[in-house]
Design a protein around this ligand. Sequence first.
Ligand code: FE2
Ligand code: FE2
Length: 140
Amino acid sequence: MTAAVWGWSDRLVSKFEPMDETHKEFVSLCAALAVAHPDNESFLQSLDALIAHTEQHFEQENLWMREHSFPPLGCHQKEHDAVLELMQEVRRSIAAGDTELGARLAEELPHWFEHHVDTMDNMLARFMLSVTSETDGIAA
Ligand SMILES: [Fe+2]
Ligand SMILES: [Fe+2]
């Protein structure tokens, strides 16, 4: 394999620590998927680990948005739902023998994620930082 493995970088830092922790894990699970061979059983295991993590990752962000009535909630959550649905669909295709889609998913996810961070998560992170700094003084 000659392609460089995707990894965590400063461009992904949101400065909202709970989000960055989850995103670091997402990046390393994506990197593990990219090096797994789509024809092997280990690819499905890597994809299952990524899907399980992503369900929690998105649910946490959805919860932050709901709890604080974050205005772009609908749009952000829709994007989460769409990518999760895509992952599950690809998982079903691989299990049915179409491994080509798995390779495409591993290739596309980093692009999708960088774009999602730029357009959605960074905005949520800034909002969460402002909300949490407002409540710092009254937190127990
Ligand atoms: Fe995220
Ligand atoms: Fe998000």
